[in-house]
Design a protein around this ligand. Structure first.
Ligand SMILES: NC(=O)c1ccc[n+]([C@@H]2O[C@H](COP(=O)([O-])OP(=O)(O)OC[C@H]3O[C@@H](n4cnc5c(N)ncnc54)[C@H](O)[C@@H]3O)[C@@H](O)[C@H]2O)c1
Length: 443
């Protein structure tokens, strides 16, 4: 099947690579010329495990193409995915300008029946807007092509995106059209050989499913972070509580890790957008508002602990940061807790020595040439002459570090662990002042 994907970011690129790998002929489109040039030279604009190899092999087999030419991509394809960004508007609602711009382009170049697929995360009712936008443009061209707009939200997780796409828990497709249903089944059939994991539903339910899924996951995280704060007050250990409740299969172990707050390109913006959707429809979003508030506070929990230890004036202090990306296995720093923590520490006068296995380039882009941040090529050299280590992202290589080396390199033996990676008892035995999330102080 000939498929075009408009928007070659995280979702578009992974979708394109995976769909081409099962035999579809896929053209990935982007209006960012630099990005398309990079891709045509075999370079990846993002770090995602396995993506480069997958792209390379499908480009070589002539099933995957990159272009800025949306006209040709629209004309040639039977199915067109819209996978552009839907960032928060000033008021937090999803900004649909990119989605609707693509809808206009599709209307302009449509030359026959197409299935237009909303892959971007969009507010409930957006498929209708896309439908109306395309119809308007067709009318202005005096053209009368048939088309269907389908909602097919994406559930991949950055870091394991290829695996998630190749072996999805489910593929949600919102459509009322039998014709589109058949075509979408063909698009995804190779991914659901083992058992049919395609869930067909109404368009608005599919749009809502995506928001509800992310809101539920964000709620689990904020819930656990709130419990962790309470644990600190009542001298309970949140790690025991976590295993205690996770073992209940109705609750489960995933997404109940206390930490430095959730970030990324999806949870923060989708929770905000769902709150706005609720307000727009005169409904309440009390749980979601609390989820967001708890998360904003949680991003500052490590800073609070630092002030508790060192005082509010940090002007002669240097802090080493391990982990900048919002989670391991990605270089994505959108809404990452590290950004809030770094800004706050610098505001209090501190200097930062940072290390991340993949996100340092992105951090340099975000913070520019801020003289208060220095980057290091390995995790240990970032510790030299520093007053404390802050672990913010739980990359695997930080899990069992050489504590003797850490002791020798740090000026003061202090660790602030934003992801509960180490054991308080061991830290005390090694002579560290150790701060973590929601665990009782030993002495
Ligand atoms: N990143 C994730 O983990 C993830 C997971 C599930 C869903 N989503 C959703 O998928 C959507 C895309 O997210 P992303 O992370 O891939 O975004 P992204 O910012 O990485 O990529 C979007 C791409 O669209 C391109 N673009 C914008 N306007 C365009 C236009 N008019 N024509 C052609 N290209 C255009 C941009 O240049 C960019 O390359 C969002 O709605 C997001 O919420 C993201």
């Amino acid at each position: 099947m000939k498929i075009s994907i408009v928007g070659s970011g995280y979702v578009g690129l992974v979708t394109g690579a995976c769909l081409s790998d099962v035999g579809h002929e896929v053209t990935c489109v982007d209006n960012n010329v630099e990005k398309i040039e990079m891709l045509n030279h075999g370079e990846m604009p993002i770090f995602e495990k396995g993506l480069k190899e997958l792209v390379q092999s499908n480009v070589e087999d002539e099933r995957l193409f990159f272009t800025t030419n949306i006209k040709k991509a629209t004309e040639d394809a039977q199915v067109i995915f819209i996978a552009v960004g839907t960032p928060p508007d000033e008021d937090g609602s999803a900004d649909l300008q990119y989605v609707l711009a693509v809808a206009k382009d599709i209307g302009n170049y449509m030359n026959g029946y197409k299935v237009v697929v909303d892959k971007s995360t969009v507010p409930i009712g957006t498929a209708d807007l896309v439908q109306a936008t395309i119809s308007e443009v067709l009318q202005s061209r005096n053209a009368s092509h048939e088309f269907d707009v389908v909602s097919n939200p994406e559930f991949l997780k950055e870091g394991v995106a290829i695996d998630d796409f190749m072996k999805p828990d489910r593929v949600v497709i919102g459509t009322n059209s039998e014709r589109a249903k058949k075509i979408m089944h063909e698009v995804y059939t190779a991914f659901t050989f083992q058992h049919d994991r395609i869930i067909f539903m109404g368009i608005r339910s599919a749009e809502m499913t995506k928001y509800a899924a992310n809101a539920m996951l964000a709620t689990k995280i904020s819930f656990m972070n709130e419990i962790s704060r309470l644990c600190e007050q009542v001298d309970a250990d949140v790690e025991d509580v976590r295993t205690g409740i996770g073992s209940d299969h109705r609750i489960g172990y995933s997404f109940i890790y206390p930490g430095a707050g959730y970030g990324g390109s999806c949870f923060p913006k989708d929770v905000k957008a769902l709150i706005k959707i609720a307000h727009k429809h005169n409904s309440t979003a009390r749980i979601l508002e609390a989820v967001e508030e708890v998360n904003d506070e949680q991003k500052l929990v490590l800073v609070k602990k630092i002030v508790q230890h060192f005082g509010n004036d940090l002007s002669d202090k240097v802090f080493s940061i391990w982990g900048l990306s919002f989670k391991p296995m990605t270089d994505d720093m959108r809404e990452a807790p590290s950004r809030v923590i770094i800004k706050e520490l610098i505001k209090k006068g501190a200097k930062i020595q940072a290390y991340d296995p993949e996100a340092m380039k992105e951090s340099k882009r975000i913070f520019g040439d801020n003289p208060n941040i220095t980057y290091f090529e390995d995790q240990y050299s970032a510790l030299k002459n520093s007053h404390a280590l802050l672990l913010i992202t739980e990359w695997r290589q930080f899990r069992m570090p050489d504590f003797d080396k850490i002791s020798n390199l740090l000026k003061e033996k202090v660790i602030f662990d934003g992801r509960n990676q180490y054991e308080p008892v061991q830290m005390e035995e090694l002579g560290f002042s150790y701060y973590c999330i929601g665990r009782p102080k030993l002495s």
